[in-house]
Design a protein around this ligand. Structure first.
Ligand SMILES: *Cc1c(COP(=O)(O)O)cnc(C)c1O
Length: 323
C-alpha cells in the first residue's frame, strides 16, 4: 500500500544520512512557562537555527544531491516566496551548481538579499497576477535547468521529514506533533516520520486562518485551490497542496487546524521575550495552536516544529510594537 505514496520512511532515513554532513542537527528547546500554560511537556524543534534559517535547507540539499552530474552541470531553477529560494541558493552554492530563482516582487527584502548573497540569480514575478509554476517550467525548458519545486517533490518531502526523525530520535515517542503547513512538504515528511517512529502520535498541520485551503482539502478529500491568501505568514501563502503531498497528508495526518495572524504575533512575542529566539510568523503556526488551549494537552508529550526564523528586523520590530 505504501508504495503508492511519493515517500516512505526509508526515503527519510536515507535523506537524513545523505544530508547529515551539510545540515545542522537543530536544537530542541523547552520552556517551563509554555509547559505551565498548557500542562503539557512541549519540545520545540528549532529549525530557525537551520542553515539558511529554515528547514527548507534539508529538502534542498536532499534534492540537489540526487541530481545526475549532467543535471548539476546545467543548473536548477525554482520558484519560492523566500525560504526555499534561500535554501536552494545556499545548497547550490555549496555544491557548485547554478541556481535561478523565481521570486514574488513583494518578497521580504531580507529574503531577496540573502538569496542573491548566496549567488542565486533572481527573477521577479507578480504573485497576485502571474503563475510562478509556469514561469519556472518555461525557464527549465528553455535553459535545460532542473526544476526543484518548493514542496511537491519526493526528494524535497523526504528531506523535510528528517527534522522530525531527529526530534523523535532525541526525545522519544510523542503524543502530539504540531507542524506549520503551506504546500505540505514539511507536513507530509513529518507525518511519515512521526507515524513510523511513534505510531500513536497524533500529527496536526497548522495553517493561517486566511488561507485554510489545506484544511478544506483535508475535509473534502479533494485539493482545494484558493487565491493567494493575505496573511503575515508569508511562508504559508500557498494556493493549494501538491499532487504528491496531499495523498500523504490525507493518510498520515490526523487533523488540520488554523490560527489567526494575531495569534502568530503573540507567539513571536512569546518566543522572543521568553525563549530568546527570533521566529518568523510562519514558523509560529504550530506553536500558536499548541499553546492556544483549544486542544487539551495536559500531561501529553508534544513536539512542536518551529520551522524558520527569517524575518526583516524592521518588520519584526513593527509587529512587536503593534502587539
Ligand atoms: C515553507 C515554509 C513552511 C511551509 O512548508 P510547506 O512544505 O510548504 O508546507 C512553513 N514554515 C516556514 C518557515 C517555511 O519557510
Amino acid at each position: 500500500m505504501s508504495h503508492t505514496f511519493a515517500i516512505q520512511y526509508d526515503d527519510i532515513a536515507s535523506a537524513h544520512q545523505r544530508i547529515a554532513q551539510f545540515v545542522h542537527a537543530t536544537p530542541v528547546l523547552t520552556s517551563s512557562l509554555a509547559d505551565q500554560q498548557t500542562g503539557a511537556h512541549l519540545y520545540f524543534k528549532c529549525e530557525n537555527f537551520q542553515g539558511s534559517g529554515a528547514f527548507k535547507f534539508r529538502g534542498a540539499c536532499n534534492a540537489l544531491l540526487q541530481l545526475t552530474d549532467s543535471q548539476k552541470a546545467r543548473g536548477v531553477v525554482t520558484f519560492s516566496s523566500g525560504n526555499h529560494a534561500q535554501a536552494i541558493a545556499k545548497a547550490a552554492h555549496l555544491f557548485h551548481i547554478r541556481a535561478v530563482i523565481v521570486m514574488p516582487n513583494d518578497a521580504p527584502a531580507m529574503k531577496v538579499a540573502a538569496t542573491k548573497a548566496y549567488g542565486g540569480e533572481v527573477i521577479f514575478y507578480d504573485r497576485y497576477s502571474e503563475n510562478r509554476e509556469a514561469i519556472g517550467q518555461r525557464l527549465a525548458d528553455e535553459q535545460g535547468l532542473s526544476l526543484i519545486p518548493p514542496y511537491d517533490h519526493p526528494h524535497v518531502m523526504a528531506g523535510q521529514g528528517s527534522s522530525v526523525k531527529e526530534l523523535i530520535d532525541e526525545v522519544g515517542a510523542l503524543d502530539y506533533l504540531f507542524v506549520p503547513l503551506g504546500g505540505g512538504g514539511l507536513l507530509s515528511g513529518s507525518a511519515v516520520a512521526a507515524k513510523y517512529l511513534s505510531p500513536t502520535c497524533k500529527v496536526i498541520g497548522v495553517e493561517p486562518e486566511a488561507g485554510n485551503d489545506g484544511q478544506r482539502s483535508f475535509q473534502s478529500g479533494k485539493i482545494v485551490h484558493i487565491e493567494t491568501p493575505k496573511t503575515i505568514a508569508d511562508g504559508a501563502q500557498t494556493q493549494h497542496l501538491g499532487q504528491h503531498t496531499f495523498p500523504v497528508i490525507q493518510t498520515f495526518v490526523d487533523d488540520i487546524v488554523t490560527v489567526s495572524d494575531q495569534q502568530l504575533v503573540e507567539t513571536m512575542r512569546f518566543f522572543a521575550s521568553r525563549m530568546k529566539i527570533v521566529v518568523e510568523p510562519t514558523g509560529c503556526l504550530g506553536a500558536a495552536y499548541a499553546m492556544s488551549g483549544e486542544l487539551n494537552l495536559k500531561e501529553r508529550k508534544v513536539g512542536v516544529l518551529v520551522s524558520g526564523g527569517n524575518i526583516d528586523l524592521n518588520k519584526f520590530s513593527q509587529l512587536m510594537l503593534d502587539a
